[in-house]
Design a binder for this molecule. Structure first.
Ligand SMILES: CC(C)NC(=O)[C@H](Cc1c[nH]c2ccccc12)NC(=O)[C@H](CCCC/N=C(/NCCC(=O)O)S[C@H]1O[C@H](COP(=O)(O)OP(=O)(O)OC[C@H]2O[C@@H](n3cnc4c(N)ncnc43)[C@H](O)[C@@H]2O)[C@@H](O)[C@H]1O)NC(=O)OCc1ccccc1
Length: 221
């Protein structure tokens, strides 16, 4: 049984990470959808860097939850027949022990040098313009896919969806594309596990309602 699991902010909500739409959504009075754009970074790089520095720092205050851990158990059972595709930029899947995780929208704990194109594991702030460990330049940006930018590894994801026997979507509102279209790209059966109906709920063969920390372990066990 080849399974592709798509996760969104809802799987990390019970770990204490605010989702995009549930937290009243504002950051320093800014709509995240406005800050997470190359235009915002061009206009006010300091604002965007502080946005991601704050979220990167918040990772030290949270731990993976029962939903993340259940997917680790599923990976132990399925091995390479399970792929977790996440829209999340947090590292809770990996900290729970998942190995086969693909971040289509990037990672908070990675910095990308737009001068030498190197990527570096990064835990500290970027707002103070640190030097790139590879080229010494000061053009490190968050390794995050912003609105209007192409998500990472779409070929890998498309192939996995075309070959899967089951596609499961966990904790996502189904509003942001191309992730919101994956249910249509999936060849196999489709299941949604979400607190409330997502925008694409009607496109799933089955939808279950409830918190991820209950729904995901129940589904895996
Ligand atoms: C807003 C939307 C209309 N706009 C888009 O989709 C745009 C434009 C667009 C492209 N195609 C379109 C077609 C139609 C319309 C618009 C478009 N898309 C893009 O720009 C994308 C790039 C989008 C990526 C942007 N970056 C992010 N993140 C990183 C940044 C950052 O994190 O700061 S998106 C970001 O927002 C999205 C947030 O959604 P969710 O994760 O679902 O979170 P949300 O808060 O919305 O919902 C939480 C859900 O969880 C549930 N929940 C809450 N608590 C729990 C709980 N406890 N348990 C269970 N469930 C729970 C709730 O009920 C809720 O349903 C995530 O994807 C997240 O990564 N790029 C692109 O299309 O390039 C071209 C292309 C495409 C394909 C191939 C080649 C080229």
């Amino acid at each position: 049984m080849r399974i592709v699991v798509l996760t969104g902010a809802g799987i990390s909500a019970e770990s204490g990470l605010t989702t995009f739409r549930d937290s009243g959504g504002l950051w320093e009075g800014h709509d995240p959808m406005q800050v997470a754009t190359p235009e915002a970074y061009a206009d006010d790089p300091g604002l965007v860097q502080r946005f991601y520095d704050a979220r990167r720092a918040a990772l030290t205050q949270v731990e993976p939850n029962a939903a993340h851990h259940a997917l680790v158990r599923l990976e132990a059972a399925l091995g390479d027949d399970l792929l977790v595709v996440t829209q999340n930029v947090d590292d809770l899947h990996e900290r729970a022990g998942s190995r086969r995780v693909h971040h289509i929208h990037g990672r908070l704990r990675s910095a990308w040098c737009t001068r030498c194109d190197e990527r570096h594991d990064w835990h500290g702030p970027l707002a103070d313009g640190p030097a790139c460990p590879a080229c010494g330049g000061s053009e490190l940006r968050p390794d995050i896919v912003w609105f209007g930018e192409i998500p990472y590894g779409m070929d890998l994801v498309e192939e996995a969806l075309e070959e899967c026997d089951l596609f499961v979507s966990i904790g996502t509102s189904g509003v942001v594309y191309p992730a919101a279209a994956f249910v249509h790209w999936a060849r196999g059966a489709t299941l949604e596990l979400n607190l409330e109906p997502s925008a694409g709920a009607g496109d799933f063969a089955e939808s279950r309602r409830g918190p991820a920390t209950r729904l995901v372990p129940d589904w895996v066990n």
